[in-house]
Design a protein around this ligand. Sequence first.
Ligand code: GDP
Length: 202
Amino acid sequence: MPDHYRQTRFLLGVTDPRKAPPDSGIEIALAGRSNAGKSSALNVITGQRALARISKAPGRTREINFFAIADDRRLIDLPGYGYAKVSQNIQRRWQQGLTRYLEQRRSLRGLVLLMDCRHPLRESDRQILRWAHAAQLPVHVVLTKSDKLARGPGRATLMQVDKQLTGLHPQASVQLFSALKRDGLDELHAVLDDWFGFDPGN
Ligand code: GDP
């Protein structure tokens, strides 16, 4: 694993995007429905169990959490959305916060959108893809928990999602990923390296 991801540390969590750290350098945001496997992915991407625990801590799940990687590069963990127990009002506020963040954050270089490979492209995922496309924000879709599907159905899902993305965010890329087996980790690091401007394989 590239060293810089291992050096990731928690910077801060905010509920109000206006209290985010200075808008400089490069940021990559992670988003997904609750239970999509975002914390597990963050854990595996950085090789640090403690980071994902921070995002999961009570009171932090509705926050935007900022993690510093290196040289003014940050990973942003956006609050999970689409959770049934959360009221419509909170959902709406979350969407407003996200929209403001997407539209105003100059350092935001790309969005990693995580979806359970068994339930991809729910309506809330589609909404985010349409916003991101309108905002000209690059998106990389990560189909999580790929260990839950056999190779054939996994590939079929990948192709179906890829096809459907054409109508939502034509430039978006997509991959299979398993935090459990670490499958697809190199591919995911390569996308992050590219967006962060890190030399490949460093
Ligand atoms: P979050 O709510 O998006 O942060 O999701 P979590 O990372 O907490 O994962 C939600 C559930 O899915 C947990 O029970 C995880 O153990 C499980 N999970 C996450 N990633 C994987 C994976 O790659 N494979 C399998 N089989 N389960 C996973």
